[in-house]
Design a protein around this ligand. Structure first.
Ligand SMILES: [Zn+2]
Ligand SMILES: [Zn+2]
Ligand SMILES: [Zn+2]
Length: 390
């Protein structure tokens, strides 16, 4: 909601028409010649001319209105990007090309034609601002964002390059049809699980709109009604979304309840219930829904985390040992709870079971509905300072 109004409030800024992009007549004769040659892909001629007359002949950029009130910026750089000429892109940037709008256009073009990130990385290293928005610059009527574009195109190397150079992982844009797009929700539509995971690990915060969309898209896929997204991938992505995104429980409950029971999928329902009760539903480290050797996940004795394998468990143990509440006794209490109780003088001591990371073995299926509901939103009750060493 907040983000939506923020996007719309900047809608009226289109009169800030850009002054940095010049018209054709403002270019020098040499710049005009090079641009004409670039359109004909006569790169050798451009190189020879730049050698003879100095690198500034490569620096021309001008804006041309293409369709009503939308402007396209042309430069040797954007044309070299369009034809995938890495060498020419490099030459132009090293000549001191620094027109932001044209660099952004070049980035968009290179991202549209290819999934490799060589040209994009060069542009970023020469100062391209990954968070620029050409609508704000008055060049486009719809808003644009390079990270959203990378997510829509499923170009993961480009997304990594943009994030490494400071792209805002939570920047939203409004599509021509009025949909609010974010780098995160763009990954749902085609089931780009790897990208979904990437943006979540880089700090994407799910919005209410994202939670709504993930249910719509995944449930539709589970019904076999999304030709671009299989049920398997949809479920995998759904689990990753909840596990790494940690969306607000109330929002998840609301959006879950919006779906008619007949439209629900049993696995999606079980994952959602586990999430809302703070119980593990996937491997803590890799989000696998079943263990590698069998179909049940391996539960840590504390029952707050589960793993697909010993490898994943060991990866997490260094961190988890600080929070692990240890095994539960027959009353469903952790060792810490027992200690607390014994301090107050009632009841027995814990069984003294070892809390080591190796003691996993209680199996629970990803979608089982056990009765030992863990407390706490994400099942993690900090038990720092237990001081128990393995
Ligand atoms: Zn592609
Ligand atoms: Zn795992
Ligand atoms: Zn544990």
């Amino acid at each position: 909601m907040e983000a939506q109004s923020e996007v719309q409030s900047s809608h009226n800024s289109s009169e800030t028409t850009n002054l940095r992009v010049r018209g054709w007549d403002d270019l020098t004769d040499g710049q005009q010649l090079c641009l004409n040659w670039a359109r004909e892909q006569d790169w050798d001629r451009i190189k020879g001319y730049a050698k003879e007359h100095g690198p500034e002949v490569l620096l021309g950029a001008f804006a041309e209105e293409c369709i009503d009130e939308e402007w396209e910026v042309f430069s040797v750089l954007s044309l070299a990007s369009q034809y995938g000429n890495v060498e020419m892109v490099k030459l132009t940037l090293e000549a001191g090309f620094n027109n932001n709008e044209s660099m952004y256009t070049a980035a968009m073009i290179s991202m549209n034609i290819s999934d490799n990130s060589i040209i994009l990385r060069m542009l970023l290293e020469h100062g391209l601002d990954p968070n620029m928005d050409l609508r704000v610059e008055g060049l486009l009527r719809k808003s644009s964002n390079l990270l959203v574009l990378a997510a829509e195109r499923r170009h993961i190397d480009q997304a990594i390059a943009l994030l490494d150079h400071g792209a805002n992982v939570n920047k939203e844009v409004v599509s021509m049809h009025g949909h609010v797009l974010s780098p995160l929700n763009c990954t749902f539509i085609d089931g780009a699980h790897d990208l979904c995971r990437l943006v979540l690990t880089r700090g994407a915060i799910p919005t209410t709109n994202d939670v709504y969309l993930v249910f719509c898209i995944c449930l539709k896929a589970c019904k076999g009604k999304n030709p671009r997204l299989s049920r398997d991938v949809a479920i995998k992505m759904f689990a990753t979304f909840l596990h790494l995104g940690k969306p607000d429980s109330d929002v998840v409950r609301d959006k879950f309840n919006l779906n008619h029971p007949s439209y629900c999928d049993p696995t999606i329902t079980n994952i959602t219930k586990h999430y809302l009760q703070g119980r593990p539903f996937c491997c803590f480290i890799c989000e696998a829904l079943t263990a590698k050797e069998r179909d049940k996940l391996l539960m840590c004795p504390c029952r707050n985390v589960a793993y697909c394998s010993r490898e994943c468990q060991l990866k997490h143990w260094r961190e988890h040992r600080l929070q692990c509440a240890g095994p539960l006794n027959e009353r469903g209490e952790s060792e810490a709870m027992v200690k607390k109780r014994s301090k107050t003088g009632k009841g027995m001591k814990g069984g003294g079971a070892d809390v080591g990371g190796a003691d996993v073995g209680v199996a629970e299926g990803a979608v089982a509905t056990g009765k030992n509901g863990a407390t706490g939103k994400n099942g993690k009750k900090g038990k720092k300072g237990r001081g128990k060493k393995k």
